[in-house]
Design a protein around this ligand. Structure first.
Ligand SMILES: *[C@@H]1O[C@H](CO)[C@@H](O)[C@H](O)[C@H]1NC(C)=O
Length: 516
């Protein structure tokens, strides 16, 4: 009987401690693809009984159980002019785009924290057991974790760049670890390792000397009692990474870095009737052209648009284009326009031949998930790296934006449509993506609850976090080894020389004496 009560009590304890945690999610980016990542995980946590609050620009139309929103009204409209100019990013350099991202990130952090709805929320008396932060040039949000004295989980929208790794001291040697800004053709040759090392040191210094101090300043503006950001930055419990071994390189992960790439893909829903009929009736197949949710293809320069249309008009396949306007000048008869598409569900249709994409990680993941080859036209951020990797793995062709011409695109289209290697390779990658012991979403939920259950799971912290950089690189040890080897050697050589010289001088003295 006592045993039974014990079991019941501990069962109830488990239910209470994990089943009804209070979780705050901060997914402030006015970019739907970024929000989608948080939304998928947070709604699942809510469905499993947790009380979830999320700070977001995307208001829910209908109420969701256990799911409360603090809506950043006006944020989407405010960022739109910047998004309309995204194609200009193809002209950027690494340094320019680092600064561009950081400046944009800081502005978004500041406008989020100063938003009246967030201010009101901070003043009302809330408590949280966990904070889940979107990880994207927003380290000032670590202030939320301190404010609520709750463990911090971050969700990285991309295969982890070194600015994210640093907070948990994950091994990321530039000898073999590509960064978001690495040369897309990165390999382990001397030149590439040399350049990648320079880049790595550059980004780490940039983060340390430029980004963190600025983020710290913004954090203190809204969380005046927080310690220096350095203390909070290195106190992250867990990194959930929107990446998967089927699409990214094999690199080391500490136990508190968890790959969950593919988790955002939902079981395909029924398509709207017109779309379903259109796809079913395409006996030669359909090419899907979509530049994601941030880039709008209606902002493509006219000359690029014309080249694309000419290449499309030569196809016997149908083309479904996510186009954000009512009309498209010179629209060929085989091209169908749609302002919005349930992208993943469309890709899942068996008649889809290939996806033409900007190479965002969500689109790339969806293509691999459903086994559809890719033509990538990368524009900014990690897109070029994603497509270059896919091309290396033999299921994509990269068409650089600057070389986006009718001939270039036609060539890529005929190659991917007619050469069976692309489909075979992506099918294999797809199999790898699905070859997991548990579903990626369940994995994400498990580790999130794990952090709550173990009060921050600090046993997962790497000892490397307590080292300074020269200790981590063993420079002090190497220095001592050099001393141990070279000091005696030096003493011996010096002694030997002295001995020889003395002998010589004695000889000289004695010969001098003789002469006298
Ligand atoms: C680090 O996080 C833990 C919870 O995971 C918290 O108890 C601790 O106070 C945090 N440290 C700092 C300096 O905020």
């Amino acid at each position: 009987m006592r045993k039974l009560i014990q079991v019941l009590v501990s069962f109830a304890f488990i239910l209470c401690s994990v089943n009804s945690a209070k979780i705050l999610g901060v997914f402030h980016m006015p970019a739907y693809s970024h929000y989608q990542l948080g939304d998928r995980l947070l709604k699942e946590l809510a469905a499993r009984g947790h009380e979830v609050t999320v700070i977001t620009p995307y208001a829910e139309k209908n109420p969701v159980k256990n799911f409360k929103q603090i809506v950043l009204t006006g944020a989407i409209e405010k960022l739109q002019p910047m998004k309309d100019k995204l194609f200009e990013q193809t002209e950027s350099t690494v340094i320019k785009s680092l600064v561009w991202l950081e400046v944009m990130g800081l502005e978004l952090v500041d406008s989020t924290l100063s938003h009246p709805n967030v201010q009101e929320f901070l003043k009302s008396n809330n408590q949280f057991d966990l904070v889940i932060l979107h990880q994207f040039v927003n380290d000032a949000f670590k202030g939320f974790c301190h404010y609520y004295n709750a463990p911090c989980v971050v969700l990285s929208p991309m295969a982890v760049p070194c600015w994210t790794h640093a907070q948990i001291a994950n091994p990321d040697s530039p000898a073999y670890f590509p960064d978001m800004y690495s040369d897309p053709a990165f390999d382990t040759s001397f030149t590439q390792r040399f350049l990648n090392s320079l880049l790595y040191v550059g980004i780490r210094l940039f983060n340390h000397l430029y980004a963190i101090p600025r983020q710290n300043e913004v954090m203190h503006k809204y969380f005046p009692n927080a310690p220096h950001l350095n203390e909070l930055y290195y106190n992250t419990s867990l990194i959930l990474v929107n990446s998967h071994i089927s699409i990214n390189s094999a690199v080391p992960y500490l136990p508190n870095v968890i790959d969950i790439g593919g988790y955002h893909v939902k079981t395909p829903k029924k398509l709207p009737i017109d779309l379903q009929e259109y796809l079913d009736g395409a006996k030669d197949g359909v090419v899907l052209f979509s530049l994601g949710s941030n880039l709008q293809s209606k902002n493509l320069p006219k000359e690029k648009r014309e080249s694309i249309l000419k290449a499309f008009s030569k196809l016997k396949q149908k083309v479904l284009w996510k186009w954000e306007d009512e009309t498209l000048p010179n629209q060929p008869p085989n091209v169908k326009l749609s302002k919005w598409l349930p992208q993943s569900d469309v890709i899942a249709h068996p008649n889809i031949k290939l996806l033409i994409t900007h190479g965002g990680l969500l689109s790339t993941t969806e293509a691999v998930y459903h086994g559809v080859p890719i033509i990538g036209i990368p524009i900014f951020a990690d897109q070029e790296k994603n497509i270059a990797l896919a091309e290396k793995s033999g299921y994509a062709i990269l068409v650089p934006y600057k070389q986006l011409t009718e001939e270039g695109l036609s060539h890529a289209l005929s190659e991917v449509i007619n050469n069976p290697k692309y489909r075979a390779n992506v099918k294999w990658r797809s199999e790898i993506m699905h070859d997991e012991p548990i579903k990626q979403l369940d994995k994400a939920v498990f580790w999130t609850e794990y952090v709550i259950k173990h009060k921050g799971a600090h046993h997962l912290r790497s000892a490397a976090l307590s080292l300074s950089w020269y200790q981590y690189l063993l420079l002090d040890v190497i220095a001592v080894v050099i001393l141990i080897i070279f000091v005696p050697l030096f003493v011996i050589i010096k002694g030997f020389k002295k001995y020889c010289c003395q002998k010589k001088s004695i000889k000289q003295v004695s010969t001098k004496k003789k002469k006298n």
